[in-house]
Design a protein. Sequence first.
Length: 391
Amino acid sequence: KPYDDFPLSYHPPSGRLYKKIRGWRHYFGYASELEEAVNLYLEQKDDLHAGRIPRSKHEGLTIRELCNRFLTSKQHQCNSGEITQRTFADYKSTTDRLIRQFGRSRLVEDLASDDFEALRAAIATKRGPVALGNEVQRARVVFKYAFDAGLIVTPVRYGPTFKRPSKGVLRRTRNNNGPRMFEAGEVRKMIEAAPPQLKAMMLLGVNCGFGNSDCGTLPLSSVDLDAGWINYPRPKTGVQRRSPLWPETVAALDHAIKTRPMPKHKASENLLFITKYGQTWAKETSTNPISAETRKLLQSIDRAAEESAKSKGYEPPVEKLYRKGRTFYSLRHTFETIGGESRDQVAVDHIMGHARDDMASLYRERISDERLRAVVDCVHLWLFGDEDEKQ
């Protein structure tokens, strides 16, 4: 603390100053704006300690005040488990962008359509269409909160262009980037070259449609290697999932458990996958470590293929494993695509953890193990071929 009776505490991950009042954290700005943060706290402390919502004493709501109020609200939702820490981090990134773009002291009521056109253009210079749409939507959520919470009298008018890219733009971008899945031969190369933990994760990806968060948060108790089944609700939605495991997946998981590093934190003790540093793989950041390790693996396989071709006097292969849009999460695309060949989309959805808002899903109480096995067997045959023919 800068002095003994300094009233605020420092939050290292966000660089902001906060005060815990009545069991909740309330943020008052960044450590780089020490005096402003303290003044805001002194202005609002009586209301906060009394359990009242602080009211702005200025001529209007500033961007800084809106962002602080919004993040405090989202922090409450995060603490209660209504949103994930990753979602909160995304909102935090959005509010940081709004402050950089508009300025801390800019009044919300002064914003006009040209301001939002400039914001969208700034986002588009560094984000693709999908990420651009997500960022625009989060920004609109922030300003909608201002009106819904009674912080401003009239809704913010964004103008005609501050919206998500059209479906046509998204389709063209996706076509230009190519399919976001791996072919059978590519998956086999990845599995053969991957280190033990990543190999087990990749097999879960193509066997059960698991994504990064699924693997990073997978508890040991959800895996029954003796029976060859996994039961784990999807972290993102809480939708129940159940899937049979291939023998290859069981063997890889068994090896990953036996060679599992000692976790450094109590919260990670029940997780199946632990990094070599004793940390969790489930990082609430935009750069997920599982995707990063997958990218390194794909690039190393591409380099090895190029070097092998050159040593034999051949032209290096044109098609590469690593390209934009193909990450660890692409294994989930692969499972959905190939699993659909089983012609049982209901069973595929159950394994993927997809929820459909239709009456059939509402009334359906269970799906037989035979149907689930048929789906994963279909993907297994595509990936490894017919074992009888090999023998």
